[in-house]
Design a protein around this ligand. Structure first.
Ligand SMILES: [Zn+2]
Length: 621
């Protein structure tokens, strides 16, 4: 840790950040090449190259000032009545600017083969509802600084200082009302609390102030009658906000959200001010990232399955895919053995668990079918316009799925992403090519190191299908209880152990982890390392193993897990993550899991009573 200080443009530094940096360098080379204007460029190169070049042209963007926002600002200025508000919200949502609430498509949690419309809480500028509601001195101070930030952003867009102050307070008041109606993160982890299928008429009864048929037709969706209103109480709160706020205040709120969403592609003053609050104040970064890094990220966000196609060609050969798949299948076998050997689960539930395990789909590296962006017009010199059109394409593509069968081939992360996920509604595990790279997966390393790093992460994603959240879905991805009450109670007992254990960890002064918020991830970490260790033991087959660099395979396995999460992190970021991140911080992901594993104690000759031998040792899977 001492040898790896946090770079000034980062808020944390670990292998994930190092890998992301290396991936970004590959992407930058691809984009630099693609942005050379050449009539022989492929259609994909034209899109990603011109998108990136437009983003990189800072002098041109600075010269334009707020002009790229003029069409949207004019729409806001022209609002006369509350009815007009909805027209601007529709426009915002179509170009990916958040305001008031979120609307998208999703698999129906009770009929997971079918896509339905889903509407959810939203409309906040701060990272979580709690930022508006907590009264400790830190939270109060962060809100004051937020007010100052909103005021300065409005000022940059030409609002006079005296008015900007009152305007910022209006924004905070509206967002606070929306926050009060929002469900907290722990409650949102319970799928039954965020699934409420109802008719458009029933939604209208919650929020009379919104002309819902007008909104849905404005969004250009296929027609539908029922939708999932994730948090009904939020839509009551939204109704009150719309009824109680003046037209002028709502216009201010929309103006702020436009500036907030588009700041990264506006002139330098906006970029700097946005960084000052969201980078420095909230996460403790010292310096803005170089422009190329930000532009690579924005290109990945907007055209990620075009850029990702080129990335995969360079870094992820077909034989790597085959090797990774082999490891995943080994770990799946281990979970099967683990389930069969549990002394607390009845045969009936075991059988259901095995059906679910066998149905898990393994998605490795990149999608089978690449997304077709040919209808997105990317024009050199229109940085913000390109972003808006790409968002419009994505919103349209997503909403168009309403009423259609679920496309199980879809990916929720782009190929260069250094991350992985399990989707309960699809019952699949997804490993983008971006994480299937050293040091997580390294072909030159022995099995112990690969199992300790990427193997444990594979086990982690797989275990998500059986954590407190994932276990509520069946093999097809339907929200359906397949547990006997006795088995569910036994599971809960083991989960309580983890809740208690992780609630004792404190990442930063005066802050403790929320054991309920992090339960799913902690369950996945503990299960994942356990499964990967089983797979390693099986591959060693009881044969004597030589030490490498002075360590046994068992030790190398645990060291690899430790290195995967070894991190330096700024206290500001720690504080923010403890509030919003369902994952525990690196140190606790390592020590929490290993202290629960007798195999770790054995490998390093730890004794009862020492800090790395937890009593009780928690174990779910
Ligand atoms: Zn996870």
């Amino acid at each position: 840790m001492a040898n790896n200080p946090i770079p000034a443009d980062q808020s944390a530094w670990d292998f994930w950040a190092v890998r992301a940096d290396r991936n970004r360098a590959v992407l930058r080379a691809i984009l630099d090449k693609a942005s050379v204007e050449d009539p022989k460029r492929s259609a994909v190169d034209q899109k990603i190259g011109d998108f990136y070049a437009s983003c990189m042209d800072e002098p041109a963007i600075d010269k334009l000032g707020t002009r790229p926002l003029d069409p949207e600002l004019k729409r806001i200025d022209a609002i006369q009545s509350k009815d007009d508000i909805l027209d601007v919200v529709i426009r915002f949502h179509r170009i990916g600017v958040g305001a008031l609430f979120n609307f998208s498509s999703e698999p129906d949690a009770k009929n997971s083969a079918q896509m339905i419309a889903g509407i959810d809480q939203g409309g906040l500028g701060l990272p979580d509802r709690d930022y508006y509601l907590k009264d400790d001195p830190k939270s109060v101070k962060l809100r004051e600084e937020y007010l100052a930030h909103v005021r300065r952003m409005l000022g940059l867009a030409g609002v006079a200082p005296a008015r900007a102050d009152a305007d910022a307070r209006s924004v905070l008041r509206i967002e606070t009302e929306l926050a009060k109606g929002s469900l907290d993160r722990v409650s949102r982890r319970d799928p039954s609390q965020t699934y409420h299928k109802m008719s458009i008429q029933e939604l209208a009864a919650l929020s009379r102030s919104v002309d819902w048929p007008k909104y849905f037709s404005g969004m250009g969706t296929p027609s539908f009658t029922d939708l999932d209103v994730s948090v009904p109480s939020f839509f009551k709160a939204l109704d009150a906000v719309l009824a109680d706020s003046s037209v002028a205040d709502l216009k201010t709120y929309l103006r702020w959200h436009l500036l907030h969403a588009q700041a990264p592609l506006l002139a330098k003053a906006f970029v700097d001010e946005n960084f000052r609050y969201f980078g420095q104040t909230l996460t403790g970064s010292k310096e803005l990232q170089p422009r190329w890094k930000r532009c690579v990220q924005i290109t990945d966000g907007d055209l990620g399955f075009a850029l990702g196609q080129k990335y995969v060609e360079q870094v992820f050969p077909p034989d790597a895919k085959a090797r990774v798949l082999g490891m995943v299948q080994e770990i799946e076998k281990m979970l099967g053995q683990d389930i069969q050997s549990l002394d607390w689960m009845t045969p009936a539930t075991k059988q259901q668990a095995m059906i679910k395990l066998r149905a898990v789909a393994n998605k490795i590296g990149y999608p089978d079918k690449w997304r077709d962006y040919s209808s997105v017009s990317i024009v050199r010199g229109q940085a913000l316009g390109n972003d808006e059109r790409a968002s419009e394409f994505e919103v349209h593509r997503t909403l168009n799925q309403i009423g259609h069968p679920v496309d199980r081939g879809e990916w929720g992360m782009t190929p260069p992403t250094v991350n992985a996920y399990y989707s309960p509604l699809h019952n699949d595990i997804n490993f983008p090519a971006g994480i299937l790279q050293p040091p997580f997966f390294d072909n030159r390393m022995d099995a112990a190191v690969n199992y300790g790093a990427i193997g444990s992460i594979m086990g982690h994603e797989l275990t998500h299908g059986f954590d407190d959240q994932g276990r509520q879905y069946d093999a097809e991805g339907n929200l359906r209880n397949w547990w006997t009450p006795e088995d569910a109670a036994e599971f809960q007992k083991r989960a309580e152990c983890l809740i208690k254990e992780y609630s004792t960890f404190s990442p930063v002064d005066g802050v403790h982890l929320n054991g309920k918020l992090t339960l799913g991830e902690n369950t996945a970490d503990n299960g994942g390392v356990h499964l990967a260790f089983m797979a390693l033991m099986k591959s060693l087959d009881g044969k004597p193993q030589p030490k490498i660099d002075g360590f046994t395979p068992q030790q190398r396995f645990f060291l690899a897990w430790g290195q995967a999460w070894c991190e330096n992190i700024r206290p500001e970021r720690s504080r923010m993550l403890a509030q919003i991140d369902p994952h525990s911080p690196g140190r606790d992901r390592v020590n929490g899991v290993l202290g629960n594993m007798p195999e770790f104690g054995e490998a390093f000759a730890c004794h009862q009573g020492q800090p790395m031998v937890h009593a009780p040792a928690c174990r779910v899977w």
